[in-house]
Design a protein around this ligand. Structure first.
Ligand SMILES: [Zn+2]
Ligand SMILES: [Zn+2]
Length: 285
């Protein structure tokens, strides 16, 4: 895997993933349709005079080239992709990845939904899309937890928390010079608990958060789990009390969350422990 930096969009990994995101977002199809209609209109105009093109030359792209992407630098013109996203495609895709992230096991693999969620969000910022408030909140909770590239963690921190944080509708430049200057500072400002960024070694492009830094994600997962499984079903598998001989028992500590078995309790403990508070004496049965 090639990488030319430790930031977002600095590796083949990210650029490959952007192709997948483009497919997922429906941009690949949109681009094909735009090319097709352009070819058709060109064919119908070819009899007339050759009018000067009013289209502006867009950097690396030829005047006639159409390229749509989630990522601004890959776009011949960002307007159509941004409109497409703001019309609903972005919120749908972020919600999908977010649900996968919160319901699944901890994302340590490269193509985990958490990484897709963050990269899609970062791409949307480069276009200046409107990012749903809920997704933005989740990004703030999990950017430390999804193994972004080392500098990508800091880029995301700045984009979400500032200074100069991302504003809906205003394309965001992740490679801005001001950011590079603050990198050194930001490195030392990362949450501690052994949370220093490892010296990047072979395969060390991605930040591996220490356990304490994953609590934001675990809290969100616990909350998501409690929403998914109501108070009167097993928090591990959703089994209902009294059905098929199932007898739910409450968590001994908080007396709140119920489980059908030790196995389900154990499976859920990494997330539940973030919201499990010891019950007071009056509430104890
Ligand atoms: Zn269960
Ligand atoms: Zn508990």
């Amino acid at each position: 895997m090639g990488a030319w930096g430790f930031g977002l969009f600095d590796s083949d990994h990210d650029l490959d993933l952007i192709w997948e995101l483009n497919d997922d977002a429906g941009l690949t199809r949109l681009e094909e349709e735009a090319k097709k209609s352009k070819n058709e209109s060109r064919a119908s105009e070819s009899n007339g005079e050759n009018e000067a093109s009013e289209q502006q030359h867009q950097g690396a792209f030829g005047e006639d080239e159409i390229s749509y992407s989630m990522y601004r630098s890959h776009c011949s013109d960002p307007t159509a992709p941004r409109d497409h996203h703001d019309a609903g495609a972005l919120s749908a895709m972020l919600e999908k990845y977010e649900t996968e992230l919160l319901s699944g096991e901890c994302g340590d693999t490269l193509r985990d939904p958490g990484y897709k969620f963050m990269l899609a969000g970062a791409c949307a910022m480069t276009l200046g899309c409107h990012i749903p408030a809920r997704s933005k909140e989740t990004m703030k909770q999990v950017y430390m937890c999804v193994s972004l590239p080392h500098d990508g963690v800091l880029q995301m921190k700045k984009a979400l928390h500032g200074p100069g944080e991302y504003q809906d509708g205003v394309p965001y430049d992740f490679s801005s010079l001001g950011l590079i200057g603050t990198m050194e500072e930001a490195h030392s400002a990362l949450p501690s608990r052994g949370g220093l960024i490892n010296v990047p070694g072979p395969g060390g492009l991605f930040y591996n958060p220490p356990k304490g830094d994953k609590s934001g994600l675990q809290k969100l997962r616990a909350r998501y789990n409690d929403e998914r499984y109501g108070a009167n079903v097993c928090g591990g598998c959703g089994a209902e009390d009294g059905k098929e001989g199932i007898h739910l028992r409450s968590c001994a500590r908080c007396k709140g969350r119920k489980y059908c078995s030790k196995a389900c309790q154990k499976k859920q403990w990494p997330t539940h422990k973030e919201v499990c508070v010891e019950a007071t004496n009056e509430e104890t049965v």
